[in-house]
Write a protein that binds this ligand. Sequence first.
Ligand code: CMP
Length: 139
Amino acid sequence: MTERTFSIIKPDATRRNLTGKVNAVIEDAGLRIVAQRRIRMSDAQAKKFYEVHAERPFYGELVEFMTSAPVVVQVLEGENAVAKYREVMGATNPAQAADGTIRKLYAESVGENSVHGSDSLENAKLEIAQFFTEADIVG
Ligand code: CMP
């Protein structure tokens, strides 16, 4: 089934000028970037985006990191896009990520792990809606 998922290229990657290299891995995997915007996430946006992690010990650090430099928010489209992008990203902890995945190639640590991708179709819809309107998405 053709799906859409939400992606963020995180501050550790934008700082190192890796946007194009990350996008190449995404496109080589057959996912189409149907919306993309470089933004500086506000504190309120980051807190809302990660509110499911609000009770975790790393929440403060995570919000601080996500607002520390520009990010690139994206909508990716393709067959089974949610699961496919999770495969392409690799494990959250780069030490456990498979060869060829974005996190194996580029991530610095479990916190500064270069990319985010939605974990379910339901969350993908909510996450996309936080940053894009339907008119922004050109498939
Ligand atoms: P992400 O897919 O964006 O969703 C939640 C994020 O929390 C995750 O990627 C990591 O960047 C971050 N995270 C998860 N575990 C830890 C941890 N132990 N320390 C710091 N950050 C973490």
